[in-house]
Design a protein around this ligand. Sequence first.
Ligand code: FAD
Ligand code: UDP
Length: 375
Amino acid sequence: MEKPYDYLIVGAGLFGAVCAHELRKSGHKCLVIDKRMHAGGNLYCENVNGIQVHKYGAHIFHTNDLAIWNYVNQLVPFRHYNHSVMANYKGKLFNLPFNMNTFYQLWQLKTPEEVIGRIAEQRTAAKITDPANLEEQAISMVGADMYHTLIKGYTEKQWGRFAKELPASIIKRLPLRFTYDNSYFSDRYQGIPAGGYNKLIDALLADVEVRLNIDYLDNKDAWQEMAETIIFTGPIDAWFNYCYGRLEYRSLSFEQEILPVSNFQGCAVMNYTDSEVPYTRIIEHKHFEGGQQPFSVITYEYPQAMARNAEPYYPVNDSRNNNLYTKYKQAAAQQANVIFGGRLAEYKYYDMDQIIGSALSKMKKLKAGLSNLQV
Ligand code: FAD
Ligand code: UDP
């Protein structure tokens, strides 16, 4: 019997929404389901008295890929926003990411040569030649003083484990510059959809059937009958009923406040880097869009262990979890008529531009009739 849809897309996050958009354009009948009460996944914004509140943490679109920048801009207008972060260590403020301003604030050194020399001295004193973990990588990059001020406390509360036990790759995400440039991202194109990310998701899902508040895994057999092919963007271990064990994730909780002040902290994101403050950052949402309201909405972001029913936000890509993921990936390759994609199904820290790139590439291969589309 013919199934009612060509594709069932599980997850209305960015990956699922781009797939739905592309498949609809090529005339396929898609149904998108999501277990949350809204589409957009972690990009979802809530309008609080005219301020777009990033409900799942601050999201800044940044890319070096002109094709991806054009792709999102032809869907919705973007507002230019150049992200730069302040760090608060025991009441003292520093610019992030690590640049000459940060080194001046820490050491009062003024030239790149002096700073590079000081970092080399501290790396030598720590006897690091080949950094094997996040702590060693951080000390090699910025020296031990900076590590103890801006990295160790933040990292250990963010990940709930010692920096020595974390992969070096996590800290390599942050730019390190020996110029006085406070831009958090080095990418050529940066911005935020005017009016918030829901506009982007709405444009991607225009004319696509979306059903919310549905967990695919609660009724897998029935949903499988709905479409010829399934695109699954949920956690890959959940798809396989955790048969090899659970992949580890770090979760977050958010506490929101409306304040009767027009400008609370003067920037969108203030990191709190010492271990005594329980949250990692405070987001003041109006700064993403230059809001002029007489009040402000802020969110405290608290890292959390991954309890049952918590949202999985960050994959913990250490070797144990990566090895476990390889087993799931091999099992995924054996599944007929299922395409796995996105941050949870690929167990990978993907930025939004990478998610779009990955979804477009998979949809292109699908249209070309290629079969090897698994994670
Ligand atoms: P998700 O957004 O997680 O979407 C997956 C969807 O699947 C969810 O809606 C979920 O409810 C649904 N789902 C899962 N299982 C099921 C099921 N069984 N049944 C039905 N539905 C299901 N990227 C940037 O480029 N810039 C940033 O500044 C940035 N900041 C970030 C800040 C934080 C705190 C986090 C966590 C991420 C950030 N990212 C950022 C990354 C960005 O959020 C991701 O690239 C993007 O959201 C991934 O989209 P996705 O569709 O793969 O996953
Ligand atoms: N980090 C840190 N101090 C900071 C900001 C970041 O030590 O003030 C480290 C931390 O380990 C974090 C990683 O750098 O997990 C990557 O930071 P990023 O800002 O990319 O984190 P995300 O926005 O992905 O949570």
